[in-house]
Write a protein that binds this ligand. Sequence first.
Ligand SMILES: C[S@@+](CC[C@H](N)C(=O)[O-])C[C@H]1O[C@@H](n2cnc3c(N)ncnc32)[C@H](O)[C@@H]1O
Length: 342
Amino acid sequence: MLIFKVLLIIAVISKVTPFILTPIINHERSLVSLQSVPSDTSTSEVAERPSVPSSNPSAGGPPSGIKPAGPPPPSLADRVFDVTFPILYIFSPLRSTNLESFKNLRVLWTRALLNARKEIDDPIAYRMLPRGTRKLVSRFPSKLIFRGPVRKKLSWIKDRTEFIDAAASKWMEGCPTPGQVVIIGAGYDTRAARFSPLNPNLKFFELDLPEVIETKAMLYAKTFRGEKSPSTLISHDLTSSSSIFDALPPSFSKELPTLFIIEAVMFYLPPPSINNLLSSVFSLPSPSQTIIVDNLAKVGVTPGGPPDQIKQKCKDLGTKYGKEMGEHKAIWGGAIHMAEFK
Ligand SMILES: C[S@@+](CC[C@H](N)C(=O)[O-])C[C@H]1O[C@@H](n2cnc3c(N)ncnc32)[C@H](O)[C@@H]1O
């Protein structure tokens, strides 16, 4: 019954909200689009974290960008998703905690939806969702939601999940010694929970802003009650001048092979913080590795140009830090890079 009420609300809202919300949504998009524009990236607008829970780099919403290097233009489905999603969690404690956590909840919900449609393999996303809204992403309702425009909109979450999962699995298989996985700007990433039971030789660390870590700890406590926590959670603001190594606990060792995962985080960081982060993760020698799925415009990997050139620009970033680029994929004319660096 609840599901049908929610679907009815979605249908009604989808008719009326485009008129009401277009100006607000356009403002959100302009904030995010600044981040994919190749420009002098030291402006404060670029450096600021978006002040609204923009769906764009997170829950399946691509960042707007300049043509020809940019994502598809916003559609009605974008608007409907942006508007209706908050209604689902209007009474959730996770909703009231803070905007970053709420944004992460959208990504989690999206992953659960993609899992229900067998687009990705992430059953943990479903388990971690607050119970009241889980049913919406079970088989039948998810079929109603997962129509053409929604499917298209969410395809970049599928792409990035597949890229990182494949690269991470490959690294983990080749890591017989004790090793470590550090997920940076982890949000509600489910990889620690998915991969740690399969890899008892690896320690998992997840790092994010204090308020996000607080809510993730709540989610873990609820989801894995009586079980070992999938990871060690670390509060750290990447815009601080210190290195992530100062934030990691003594159980982390720079001497062990380490996999760093950075997914959709650099949108929110100013260039000096990105450089600071890259200097740290790239400082560990092979077999340590870094997987990045992000917009790299702020560190000189500007979108645009033919595919070879787009790839070369990303490769050059690794070379600058003495790293070799392995697998690489770019979408939206290089507005997003998916790359592994060894
Ligand atoms: C779009 S979410 C991506 C989350 C996760 N990587 C994923 O793909 O599901 C961006 C994440 O970056 C985190 N973040 C943003 N600014 C940060 C900062 N200054 N320090 C640490 N984390 C930050 C946010 O809290 C959020 O969890």
